[in-house]
Design a protein around this ligand. Sequence first.
Ligand code: AMP
Ligand code: MG
Length: 362
Amino acid sequence: MTEIIRINPINPEIRRVMEAAKVIKDGGTVAFPTETVYGLGANCFDKDACGRIFEIKGRPADNPLILHIPGQGWLGRVARDVDQRTLEFASKAWPGPITLVLKKNTDVPDIATAGLDTAAVRCPAHRIALELIEYSGVPIAAPSANISTKPSTTRFEHVVDDLDGKVDVIIDGGDATFGVESTIINMTTNPPVLLRPGAFTVEELEKYIGRISVPDTVNRTAAPDEVAIAPGMKYRHYAPDKKLVLASDGTILRGAAMLSGDMEEPLAILCSSETANTLKTTMKLRNISMIILGSEDNLYEVAKNLFDGFRALDETQAKLGLIQKFDERGIGLAIMNRISKATGNITIEKFGDLQSMLKQEA
Ligand code: AMP
Ligand code: MG
């Protein structure tokens, strides 16, 4: 049985937070909102409770969890030998959507870090999350609150769809603010290495800590035999059940919109409001579901709606989803990273390829 606890995200009702915190203390699992996406949390020092997170999600054992703390003061409970550079950075950037990979404290069980000698640590900028951790009295290990491979959950309703009946508590705390996960950076190297682009932009990061290394594989899914830069990043991720492909440019999108007139198989186009307006004025858009992600002038809006859009694709009649490219600056880098994982890097370069793919899916 899953208990739903509704909590006000602006001004959390303390008694309700304490009720959820007791579940964490007792070794249970709680799905809770953060400013990035919803997390599926358990006491990070309890290996059985951490094990349940993996079971519930169907998560591979080699994909480590992020450890959540309410402030820098708890760093020593999960990490060791943290250098001055990292402490200074954390004092400025936390709470916020930035996760630091640090040397692990041996109190943290191996299962939480997938056997690595490093731990990924974050202090979320969300009152419910912060108070839940404080009242639990322990750092909370939490990956995103979705079934493994599916898009992360950015709304309470998505969490219910994926986890109802599987977790002890789901907190209903409204929508996540950013809609994409935290940025992960490895602080055990010099310069620090970007492991996953996220809600905290690279441009912003460099203002704080100077140059960081951004591997060119950041927006490419590692091949199965390739060592992924961040464990877990080699898997197909964030993916809708329906096939999703990336349009290499506007010609493909316009072609698709035209094609809809004489193809029987319905198609979905995931795009910006600007692209939607252009397509609407020139095309009939028969047999097409338009899923509008937001304006290209505000990529934060696109980020916020991205996983929701992936989930919406599965609700349409479409046989296939076609998504447009976005500018890789700022939060756009995270957007394109999630798109490349969700599409498994399938980019449509030629219009004919889209037609044959659509027939295949029919
Ligand atoms: P999720 O919160 O579901 O996005 O999962 C957490 C992600 O954090 C994993 O998929 C890893 O990529 C990353 N992560 C966690 N711990 C480590 C670590 N020690 N080193 C590198 N990456 C990590
Ligand atoms: Mg995840």
